[in-house]
Design a protein. Structure first.
Ligand code: PDD
Length: 292
């Protein structure tokens, strides 16, 4: 049986279809090689959260893999059409652009034309208990790519590092995997950015560690600084992470989620900390929706 998310609406090739009906060619290079780029966000009261920022990052990812995106207004119109068809105030939204289908072969010149797909479905946030009690994370042996490899700041369809890291974390009963850089310092989560609080100061790994420049990461840094909380983008060793008073992760869909265990040991008191809670409220005010 096909496990297609219920109630999904999908824009593909100029048409909006039900999730079960939507399909792409097996000769599409997104399918064959992960040759494409994507973005994920959610809506708040029907409006995609930080859409301009996500489209900018999509454009940056596309430039990095020399993929020509459909014009901006066409992507924005496709997003609007898909969300309208879904008709839900709170939706999960995924924008995918692949290099398209064509003769099988690594040469990108084999592709005919970029394919735009937009997936919208009712938003399902993680279990409320993860927000209330905090999540457990574990460091996995897989590393983020070193400079000179496919850069982690490119959100391409090639997500196997994160897929395998997540599988390893779930096998160990953890919610999220922590990936380190080549030096063994913390880089980011499999699909989130990580923050640590020590003595009232917030630290998150720098972009130079090799990580996705999260849109929520940037918003959260601005919010914290706006509330007078000292923040730095600086390397975080595993030891420093383990000794933090508080920790949290961020992503566009999940917002701010407390992290209370690292590698089977509690972080701080083992409960979501006061700064993380305050940030959850500030972030909720900022996006216009109460924290989960
Ligand atoms: N991913 N780091 C990685 C590797 C990610 O995949 C994501 C988001 C983030 C957070 O970025 P942002 O705040 O812009 O959402 C960080 C989404 C959830 C995904 O691929 O499904």
């Amino acid at each position: 049986m096909r496990r297609v998310p219920a109630e999904a609406k999908v824009y593909v090739d100029g048409q909006v279809l039900d999730g079960e009906q939507a399909c792409v060619s097996v000769f599409d290079r997104g399918f064959l090689y992960g040759d494409g780029v994507y973005e994920v966000t959610r809506t708040v009261r029907g409006e995609p959260l930080f859409l301009a920022e996500h489209l900018d990052r999509l454009a940056a990812s596309a430039r990095a893999i020399e993929l020509e995106l459909p014009p901006h207004p066409r992507i924005a119109a496709a997003v609007g059409q898909t969300l309208q068809a879904l008709g839900q105030p709170r939706a999960y939204l995924r924008i995918v652009v692949t290099r398209g289908a064509g003769e099988i072969g690594l040469d990108p010149a084999c592709a005919d034309a970029p394919l735009l797909v937009v997936i919208a479905r009712p938003l399902q946030l993680p279990d409320q208990r993860l927000y209330r009690d905090g999540a457990a994370v574990v460091c996995v042996p897989l590393r983020r790519n070193a400079p000179g490899h496919l850069p982690p700041e490119v959100k391409s369809g090639n997500y196997l590092t994160s897929v395998l890291a997540t599988a390893a974390a779930r096998r160990r009963g953890a919610y999220e995997a922590v990936l380190c850089d080549q030096q063994g310092h913390i880089a980011e989560g499999a699909s989130s950015n990580l923050f640590f609080v020590q003595g009232g100061r917030v630290r998150t790994p720098p972009l130079a560690a090799g990580l996705l420049p999260g849109i929520t990461r940037r918003v959260v840094l601005e919010l914290l600084r706006g509330h007078g909380v000292p923040c730095e983008e600086a390397p975080v060793t595993r030891q420093e992470a383990a000794e933090a008073d508080e920790a949290f992760l961020t992503s566009s869909v999940r917002g701010v989620m407390p992290v209370v265990r690292l590698d089977d040991r509690p972080i701080g008191t083992g409960r979501p900390g006061p700064l993380t809670r305050a940030l959850g409220v500030w972030y909720g005010e900022h996006i216009g929706e109460a924290p989960p």
